[in-house]
Ligand binder design. Structure first.
Ligand code: IPE
Ligand code: IPE
Ligand code: MG
Length: 247
């Protein structure tokens, strides 16, 4: 049986998030500039989006550019932004054809105008699609998101719109960039690093974590199926005992 056939379609993760890491190392190993790695990584994005749509995973969130990535050399940032624009232009047709809705989280205002313009254009054009929500985390940092959330809630408290004793999980959820997304079920990080790098810190409270040594440009559908099969073998207890779950 193929890996895909082994997947239990009634136990799919609803929301998969991926830290797409290893483009630079992939390029370096081949003697290429880092940006060839990013271009190759864009091809993996296409494959994984397609695989999620085929499997009927409803939400896929991809960490594409972090707040800390602004500290990279200007040339690399410029080329990444260019790649983003060209990929958005190129993939609009594919998104429409596959009924995929594009969404973005992060400090979108800090992106160059040319990028945010292209991004809003694709988001607007795909807004009624229903098969899969593809969220790109761009200029995203979880700490920045939490600070923004605290500021917004504090202002509402000051204006008597929220009373401090009513602040709970759902009020916080409703002020995060991810307010329209469900909890993350499965978080994948490629390239062998075992860290979160400021991604969805609040949202992964009960996510299953999956780390693989595969570099992002080498990550294909079969690797995704492996991650999902691994996820399906786990028992998600959410603090309860195993016996309680089987009652
Ligand atoms: C991930 O690959 C892509 C981005 C962070 C934009 P890297 O560029 O971090 O690749 P490595 O980690 O240097 O191999
Ligand atoms: C995390 O990768 C950010 C993205 C994948 C967009 P990095 O390569 O920036 O993370 P660190 O610096 O190794 O933690
Ligand atoms: Mg990296």
């Amino acid at each position: 049986m193929s890996l895909k056939e082994q997947i239990n379609t009634s136990k799919l993760p609803d929301h998969i998030a991926i830290i797409m890491d290893g483009n630079g190392r992939w390029a370096k190993k081949r003697g290429f500039f880092r940006n060839i790695g990013h271009e190759s990584g864009a091809k993996s994005v296409k494959k994984i989006v397609e695989a999620c749509a085929e499997l009927n995973v409803k939400f896929l969130t991809l960490y594409a550019f972090s707040t800390e990535n602004w500290n990279r050399p200007k040339l690399e940032i410029d080329l990444l932004m260019k790649l983003l624009i060209s990929s958005l232009k190129k993939e609009l047709k594919t998104l429409q054809k596959n009924n995929i809705k594009l969404h973005a989280i992060g400090n979108i205002n800090s992106l160059p105008d040319t990028v945010s313009k292209e991004l809003s254009d694709v988001i607007e054009k795909t807004k009624d699609n229903t098969r899969l929500t593809l969220t790109l985390a761009l200029s995203y940092g979880s700490r920045e998101e939490i600070i923004k959330t605290i500021k917004e809630i504090s202002l509402k408290v000051k204006n008597n719109l929220i009373s401090p004793e009513n602040i709970d999980i759902s009020i916080i959820n409703n002020h995060l960039y991810t307010r329209n997304l469900p909890e993350v079920d499965l978080l994948i990080r490629t390239s062998g690093e075992q860290r979160i790098s400021n991604f969805l810190l609040w949202q992964i409270a009960y996510a299953e974590l999956y780390f693989t040594d595969v570099l992002w440009p080498d990550f294909g559908k079969e690797n995704l199926y492996e991650a999902i099969l691994n996820y399906q073998k786990r028992e998600r207890r959410f603090g309860k005992t195993s016996e309680q779950l089987n009652e």
